[in-house]
Design a protein around this ligand. Sequence first.
Ligand code: KG4
Ligand code: ZN
Length: 348
Amino acid sequence: MPTVLAIETSCDETAVAIVNNREIKSSIISSQIPVHRQYGGVVPEVASRSHLETINYTISQAFEESGLSWEQIDGVAATSAPGLVGALLVGLTAAKTLAMLHEKPFLGVHHLEGHIYATYLSEPSLNPPFLSLLVSGGHTSFIHVRECGNYETLGGTRDDAAGEAFDKVARLLKLGYPGGPIIDQIAKEGNPLAFALPEGRVSLPNNAGFHRYDASFSGLKTAVLRLVQNIEAEGREVPVRDVAASFQHTVARALTKRTIACALDYGLNTIAIGGGVAANSGLRSHLSVACAENNLRVLFPPLKYCTDNAAMIGCAASEHLALGHTSPLTLGVHSRLALTQVMSLYQN
Ligand code: KG4
Ligand code: ZN
């Protein structure tokens, strides 16, 4: 299998890795979270500038950690979609330049395909078909993984992504950024049944363009806002721990229900979780219990593979390259691109 140098700059991590198939030779992640924390969220222009400042150093670090040299690299890959356009351009331009300079094949990688491939890094023996649940700051997707480059999106979110909902609720509870880990922490000391919150049911039939298993989190976020406003209007102190625990419980229940329904309806016995929200202890326990009840296998890769990294991009690129897929040097970046369009990134 080919060894690939991979770059990921779609959001707020400057990441570079060297990967051979499902084996990581090196993986460097330079996080921008401390930079964005002062603004309460990711600022796209700040992210692009920060990638520019860090990218060259991160590439040399990846080579140093792997002990490999350019002669041992078979291809150069970068995330080309979806993501922040300015941020993606930094990684994609670096990858194309290096590919030209060293006369190696170039590959653009779909960020969500990368998240799917992250599972292989901790479960190298796993093979499709399986169900992938991707829950991060930017995405909530239920994906039927058929084979490399062949995916069916069974569901998503109509509005906010799961992580986005955590971050917004944390902001309205004045807990800081990123909100997911903080809510997870304080929810442990709260009562998940203290407040009944709406799960965000969506009317299913005859709704063109939507999927049967879609979730919706904006109604839940508004319900938390109203709850907090009502408590404050009564002059009472907001029981932040109970609100956080009830919110987390509701998100975990909504995601678990849909995941189990997808797996059973499509006859998929293995469920792989990815994205930053996969770290959530409420989601993990809900899913583990439900999977055990339904005789399904659930894989929770270590968090370092769930959150954004370049090793997952390299893992996907290595398999595409082995199949003879390469991208033209004219490939651009896209802020949005459906997972079903993955093969449009390749010319052969
Ligand atoms: O995958 P990721 O690092 O970046 C992308 O968005 O692609 O995910 C970040 C998201 C943030 O919204 C963060 O609040 C959320 O994952 N997150 C969590 C937890 N850890 C991170 N959400 C809930 N519980 C957690 N323990
Ligand atoms: Zn991501």
